[in-house]
Design a protein around this ligand. Structure first.
Ligand SMILES: [Zn+2]
Length: 312
């Protein structure tokens, strides 16, 4: 009786098509996990989606005829590649990087300079190793060398000391690093001390933009859009402008003032190339601190402005 086998075959084909649909979707999702700059949300999303696709695939493979179907191995090759990516050490590194990113933001909010530099250092090293893992035969990139593999082991152990394991419980189960662990690295201590010094300098406020002055505690002024001037430079610049034919008092402290709590924007730009990034801050001290400590480019320049009226 041919009806039954035919309908069984049609049903099997239908299930194999579903397997293909899964395989088709999971490829691009797995590629998120190969990206060095993947965010924590991106990694979580990809992990959940891949795990779901794998269990759906297992259910399909248990149905009659699906595992033996001649088209099945090709579909499975995408799913196993995604599974490999999910379980790769680079995915663990991306999870550690995401946890380190969050921990650095918390430390920053608490003015904990040592932890800021330590967590940022971990994040940077994780992402850099993920980048090294990319295999690109055309450009001659071959993935990890034995040395990179060793670096991965060391970095994961090191991160665990800081409470970052790359597992879901990252930062929650392990005890926070002791001051002794934190201070072990002379380089990190040096960078933390630099941040602390910058914070102390910036306590006086925004830096005067006159290149011959650069003293802290400058205020927003009238007439010169991007300028921040100290009291002495307001007088000097106004005198200079008066000599050039402007009315006396053209440059004076801005009537809107320089509020202690306001919305300041710091634009960090590449002074010798393309690119810029803007950071919002809530005080002049923080704005100047960001301007002096965030260096997204080799030659980072900055401008600070008040981005909105202070909130009541
Ligand atoms: Zn000045």
């Amino acid at each position: 009786m041919p009806t039954l086998p035919l309908s069984t075959a049609a049903e099997t084909n239908r299930q194999v098509l579903r397997l293909y649909a899964l395989a088709h979707r999971v490829g691009p999702i797995a590629s998120i996990l190969a990206h060095p700059q993947a965010t924590g949300d991106g990694v979580d999303y990809a992990s959940v989606r891949i795990r779901r696709a794998l269990s759906a695939a297992r259910r399909l493979l248990a149905l009659p005829g699906v595992a033996e179907h001649e088209e099945t191995p090709y579909a499975l090759s995408f799913l196993t590649a995604a599974e490999r990516q999910l379980n790769a050490p680079t995915t663990t590194l991306l999870r550690i990087a995401a946890a380190a990113h969050k921990a650095a933001a918390r430390a920053d909010a608490a003015d904990d300079d040592l932890r800021v530099v330590a967590f940022r250092d971990i994040e940077e090293r994780c992402r850099s190793l993920v980048d090294t893992a990319v295999v690109a035969p055309i450009s001659g990139r071959r993935g990890w060398s034995a040395r990179d593999r060793a670096a991965n082991e060391t970095l994961q152990q090191h991160s665990a000391l800081w409470g970052l394991t790359g597992r879901d419980d990252s930062g929650a189960v392990l005890p926070p690093p002791t001051e002794q662990v934190l201070r072990e690295s002379a380089e990190l201590s040096r960078r933390a001390a630099e941040r602390a010094a910058a914070r102390a300098r910036c306590a006086a406020g925004i830096r005067c933009t006159e290149q011959t002055c650069l003293s802290y505690g400058a205020v927003k002024v009238t007439f010169l859009a991007d300028a921040w001037l100290c009291a002495a430079c307001i007088r000097a610049v106004d005198t200079r402008l008066t000599a050039g034919g402007y009315a006396p008092g053209t440059v004076q402290p801005s009537p809107e003032g320089t509020p202690e709590r306001g919305r300041y924007a710091v634009r960090l730009y590449n002074a010798t190339g393309k690119g810029s990034r803007t950071v919002e801050c809530s005080s002049p001290q923080r704005a100047q601190f960001i301007a002096e400590t965030e260096r997204p480019f080799n030659n980072t320049g900055y401008t600070i402005w008040i981005s909105a009226e202070p909130r009541c």
